[in-house]
Design a protein around this ligand. Structure first.
Ligand code: 5GP
Ligand code: ZN
Length: 120
């Protein structure tokens, strides 16, 4: 599919070529556990369509990105984040080299659970 980058590991996860522990999936969105979790809850949410970073997001991407944000809370609770306000979670979108982005397919890190966490 032209919407997938053959060299992108997250596109390979979308296509099932690399296995992942799935948290959620629909036609446009996939969520799966990070292989190196920083905290008791740590999963990634991606648009299935390859968007290299948040710096590449266009108006046409607003719907899927909005749906991702609207889903985070529900999925975080399902994965074990404690309820707001005592609990909660962190959403991080590393973007570009200065932003610490290593995988160039837009992803939300959703991080939560009781502290301490490895990072932050
Ligand atoms: P970034 O630094 O780009 O924001 O984060 C990329 C994240 O992807 C890292 O936290 C890393 O652990 C995770 N990651 C990299 N490769 C894989 C993989 O093959 N499978 C999974 N589940 N996570 C990965
Ligand atoms: Zn990709």
């Amino acid at each position: 599919m032209s919407e997938h980058d053959p060299n992108c590991i997250f596109c390979k996860i979308v296509e099932g070529k690399i296995p992942s522990k799935k948290v959620y999936e629909d036609d446009d969105i996939l969520a799966f556990h990070d292989i190196h979790p920083w905290a008791p809850v740590h999963f990634l949410m991606i648009p299935k369509r390859h968007i290299a970073s948040l710096a590449h997001a266009q108006p046409k991407d607003a719907e899927v990105l909005g749906r991702m944000m609207a889903l985070v809370g529900e999925l975080a609770m399902k994965e074990g984040a404690r309820p707001y306000p005592e609990g909660g979670f962190r959403v991080v979108v590393n973007t570009g080299a200065d932003g610490g982005q290593e995988v160039h397919h837009l992803h939300l890190h959703v991080i939560g659970g009781p502290r301490p966490w490895l990072k932050g």
